[in-house]
Design a protein around this ligand. Structure first.
Ligand SMILES: Nc1ncnc2c1ncn2[C@@H]1O[C@H](COP(=O)(O)OP(=O)(O)O[C@H]2O[C@H](CO)[C@@H](O)[C@H](O)[C@H]2O)[C@@H](O)[C@H]1O
Length: 468
């Protein structure tokens, strides 16, 4: 069976967040004797596309409303990935230096139309079309409703929601950009008076998955306006926890870090990596190091960091290091904090994949006080690198981290996203660090937790088979 993943991001080509990690890993773990899993994504003007060479496998013209655009389907010349990948190159629309921006409606619609037009020319249609997030959310609708895609009516499709906060809304004025369909069914596109690609996908997809069982339940209560839709469609919805790519996230083989290590060499390994990190960021290796890596947005609770760090750093025996970018005001506040707490606090405002690996390896604790966390990959990377997660119990964080107060607990959990709960959790971490025997025992224990993709990839395959 051939599975086609459609996604705006895929690691290592284009990564803005966790969506890329999942789409860059899941196909690898799905490819086996009877499944061939491939990815189709947009072709952006970014580092990866500059540094690699591509060949064209198909050329045509697509129609977007009243306009037409030339496009090509490209593939990588080298076989450097563990799965086949194809790129939709629409030079006039998609080939930009960014993944997301103000013109997403036209760009991602062109991407979806080109991908479907190309697949229509195949001798054999795919077994499953697997769509990820709202950028590919109009595909299930078009497969079901657009006249030109009639041949796909029996092709099963799946939507995976990585984050229901973003839905791809656009005005009904642009409805003519969508290939013609029976207008009596325009309601399938609508949610709250506007065209909502994520809602349309939830209505039309054969199955809807999200990235953790808890988030599936939480969305029925809080999903940025889609709660009642998710409740009414719940029979076709399921939560499947993400895995992590052990080929990329493995402290034993990680080329980015100072010293590789495993459960047996964790003490010397973590020490060497922490030393390098502390030397680089002018921090004290003897103090517990609390880190954050991620997008600086409300969902991650990062707006509370300036205040929470100010309070937490009153304890002179802790250090904090942050890697992230996003909200400009938060970025500035986090930069300013460096002046008051030099030697105890530092931040790198920006995006740096290599540095993220170095931090997972060198930090003692990883902070994730998320307001919303569909799955969260960072806590699983942290576990793999023997870094203790400090999380707000929500979504996938709730499903993957057990508090140290419970039997076999290994993390620090809090219930609410407030300055005081974040700082209390940091203090609990500092106390745990003082008990070095317990601290080291937990670090070794968490490295052994298996969050590899094998189990989750199988769950997806079972789901595909149930509808194919
Ligand atoms: N400044 C920076 N520099 C370097 N690396 C950085 C970085 N900022 C973030 N990253 C990296 O980006 C990824 C973030 O993944 P997450 O799953 O935590 O979040 P995201 O909210 O993007 O994903 C959404 O989709 C994923 C996948 O389904 C869900 O796990 C998640 O809950 C959902 O919100 C990690 O690999 C992290 O290391």
């Amino acid at each position: 069976m051939k599975i086609i993943h459609l996604s705006a991001e895929c690691y290592p080509i284009a990564k803005v967040g966790g969506l890329a990690d999942v789409v860059g890993a899941l196909p690898k773990y799905q490819n086996n004797s009877d499944i061939s899993s491939q990815v189709i994504m947009p072709f952006y003007d970014i580092k990866f596309t500059k540094e690699n060479t591509f060949s064209s496998v198909f050329e045509a013209v697509l129609t977007l409303g009243e306009k037409t655009y030339k496009y090509r389907i490209l593939t990588l010349k080298s076989k450097s990935l563990d799965f086949d990948i194809f790129f939709v190159d629409v030079p006039d629309l998609i080939f930009k230096e960014y993944v997301y921006s103000f013109d997403d409606t036209e760009r991602f619609l062109a991407f979806q139309i080109a991908a479907l037009d190309w697949m229509l020319t195949w001798e054999k249609l795919p077994g499953i079309i697997h769509c990820h997030d709202h950028h590919t959310g109009l595909v299930p609708f078009m497969l079901q409703e657009s006249f030109k895609y009639k041949a796909f009516r029996k092709t099963p499709n799946i939507l995976t929601i990585h984050n229901a906060q973003y839905q791809g809304w656009f005005s009904h004025d642009k409805v003519n950009l969508i290939p013609a369909f029976n207008f009596n069914n325009v309601g399938l596109l609508d949610w709250g008076g506007t065209i909502n690609p994520l809602a349309a996908a939830i209505k039309c997809a054969w199955r809807v998955t999200t990235v953790s069982p808890s988030y599936m339940e939480e969305m029925k209560v809080s999903a940025n306006g889609l709660e009642s839709l998710l409740s009414s469609e719940s029979d076709k919805c399921v939560g499947i926890l993400n895995g992590i790519d052990w080929k990329v996230w493995n402290p034993e083989t990680d080329n980015y870090i100072e010293k590789t290590y495993n459960e047996k060499t964790i003490v010397s390994g973590k020490k060497a990596n922490k030393k390098q990190l502390c030397d680089t960021f002018n921090l004290d290796i003897n103090k517990p190091l609390f880190a954050f890596i991620g997008r600086l947005v409300g969902e991650k609770g990062s707006d509370l960091f300036p205040e929470a760090f100010k309070v937490a750093l009153q304890n002179p025996n802790i250090s904090i290091l942050l890697l992230g970018s996003g909200n400009k005001e938060t970025e500035e506040q986090l930069e300013t904090l460096k002046k008051d707490f030099g030697g105890q606090y530092n931040a790198f405002i920006g995006y740096d994949e290599k540095l993220s690996h170095i931090i997972y390896a060198g930090a003692d604790f990883l902070l994730m006080p998320s307001r919303v966390e569909p799955c969260g990959l960072n806590q699983m990377y942290a576990l793999r690198y023997g870094t203790i997660p400090i999380v707000r119990s929500i979504g996938g964080l709730k499903d993957t981290v057990t508090d140290i107060s419970e039997e076999n607990g290994f993390g620090i959990c809090h219930d609410n996203v407030t300055v005081s709960e974040i700082t209390d959790a940091i203090e609990r971490g500092a106390s745990l660090y003082e008990n070095q025997t317990k601290f080291k025992k937990i670090r070794t224990q968490i490295m052994k937790i298996d969050h590899s993709w094998d189990a989750s990839a199988k769950q997806y395959i079972n789901l595909y088979k149930s509808i194919n």
